[in-house]
Design a protein around this ligand. Structure first.
Ligand code: 6PG
Length: 472
């Protein structure tokens, strides 16, 4: 196989890179991988076996020489400086027309900078979010590529072959210009934060507030995964709650520290939403709760100083009624969280000239990725009915789903408030809905206050222009 011109190149043979290479090879494309670690380069060859056109090398020259032109190479190295370092080492060996794809969770402005830098050399640079973790990489991820549309044609056959499929449709498509792919993946992760937090709030409410046992909770999540809540995150929660700890024999989740970590993509989503002035309160609150979790020592102290004496208030509903109410509340809050992320994508697409089609985004999120969920079929249908939909909440079918369930969400939140159980993402999701559908918000008063103390002026509802009043 020495003289073979390889169809595709992978740079960085860690968990994701190695598994993607094996996935590519399974679909009968030849693939060569580059890693400075000779063990990793050798391991991927032996794992693929003799019958597959898979090669590993530690030599950048050999790697570039062995790639079919125009070359297509995917970097799977940690976001930030390592990406720039790898680009700097490879670019002198590349030629105009070649395509470099960054498959990491890169910060989207970095991608825009790299697109411009590489374009000066005639090289196409793609930022491509890849979701699905190790298993997804091996057996079918969701992939979110952005870059030059014509250049995408060189990548399409490989990407469509290796992506997850839903009803035969691959969970990958060209998304848009520049950093569109990284931006969509960033918002995917923001929604991921929101839904993960919603699941933990529902779990907390049912466990501490309603006294469901661990076994009951396992069944709840397993049942929910057979309902309209069917999704990867609900599915894994059922499995997680079932897992016993080998050391203590207790359920593993009960011995895991509640201090959450994060790599930053959720925070970027919130930060950029604020820059664009798009409200995404459910995502903001999810980021905030990870921050709150870090104050462990203070929370331990506060739990003693400010005891919660209302936790054991009796619940009037039967178990089944209560679980059904939480399920409806969850569905509402989940839809509202997706709505916020998609609204952010709509504004970002205009601000950054991405040319995103939200029906395509929903389509490729239906499989392979962490936020894959049955409701994405409805979400996709909503944007197919009306690609210019200003907000998912305005789709008649989604609106009906929300109106049907709002009563249960309000009821669950009242019970949580009475018992002192924090459910901030449920609350933020309801508030988002209530604010969005309010014709006249009390922001008229804010305008008056600004004019009162700072002469900032205001607009009137009965005539055009800006006004200032000498307030008494
Ligand atoms: C995915 C995940 C993946 C990763 C997150 C975790 O789509 O496969 O989102 O990208 O697990 O980056 O993010 P935090 O470390 O910020 O929770």
């Amino acid at each position: 196989m020495k003289d073979l011109q390889y169809e595709f190149g992978m740079v960085g043979l860690g968990v994701m890179g190695r598994n993607l290479m094996l996935n590519i090879a399974d679909h009968d494309f030849s693939v060569i991988g580059l890693d400075l670690d000779p063990e990793k380069a050798a391991a991927v060859e032996s794992e693929a076996g003799e019958s597959k056109a898979v090669r590993g090398t530690t030599s950048a020259e050999e790697f570039v020489r062995a790639l079919r032109k125009p070359r297509a190479l995917l970097l799977l190295v940690p976001a930030g400086k390592p990406v720039d370092a790898v680009i700097a080492s490879l670019v002198p060996l590349l030629e105009p027309g070649d395509i470099v794809i960054d498959g990491g969770n890169s910060y989207f402005p970095d991608t825009d900078r790299r697109v411009v830098e590489l374009a000066e050399k005639g090289i196409h640079f793609f930022g491509m979010g890849i979701s699905g973790g190790e298993k997804g990489a091996r057996f079918g991820p969701s992939m979110m590529p952005g870059g030059n549309r014509e250049a995408y044609e060189r990548l399409r056959p490989v990407f469509e072959a290796i992506a997850a499929k839903v009803n035969g449709e691959p969970c990958v498509t060209y998304l848009g210009n520049g950093s569109a792919g990284n931006y969509v993946k960033m918002v995917h992760n923001g929604i991921e934060y929101g839904v993960m937090q919603l699941i933990s709030e529902a779990y907390d409410f049912m466990k501490r507030g309603a006294g469901l046992s661990d076994e009951e909770l396992q069944r709840v999540f397993q049942d929910w995964n057979q309902s309209e809540l069917q999704s990867f995150l609900i599915e894994i929660t059922g499995a997680i709650l079932n897992q016993k700890d080998e050391v203590t024999g207790q359920y593993l989740v009960s011995v895991i520290s509640d201090v959450a970590r994060s790599k930053g993509t959720g925070k970027w989503t919130s930060q950029n939403a604020m820059d664009l002035q798009v409200p995404v309160p459910s995502i903001d609150m999810a980021v905030l709760m990870r921050d709150m979790s870090k104050y462990k020592e203070e929370r331990v102290e506060a739990a003693k100083a400010l005891p919660n004496n209302t936790l054991q208030e009796p619940i009037n509903e039967s178990r089944q009624e209560l679980v059904d109410q939480v399920r409806n509340a969850f569905y509402f809050a989940m839809l509202a969280t997706y709505a916020q992320g998609l609204a952010q994508l709509k504004v970002a697409s205009e601000a950054y000239d991405y040319g995103l089609q939200l029906q395509d985004v929903a389509k490729i999120w239906r499989g392979g990725c962490i936020i894959r969920a049955a409701c994405l079929t409805d979400i996709r249908a909503a944007y197919e009915r009306k690609p210019t939909l200003p907000n998912l909440l305005l789709d008649p079918k989604i609106g009906e789903d929300l109106l049907e369930r709002q009563g249960d969400l309000r009821h669950v939140l009242k019970m949580a408030i009475d018992r002192g159980i924090p459910m901030p993402v449920f609350m933020a999701s309801l508030t988002y809905f209530d604010a969005y559908r309010t014709e006249t918000l009390p922001t008229n008063l804010i305008q008056a206050q600004r004019d009162y103390f700072g002469a900032h002026t205001y607009e009137r509802i009965d005539q055009p222009g800006t006004f200032h009043t000498q307030w008494n």
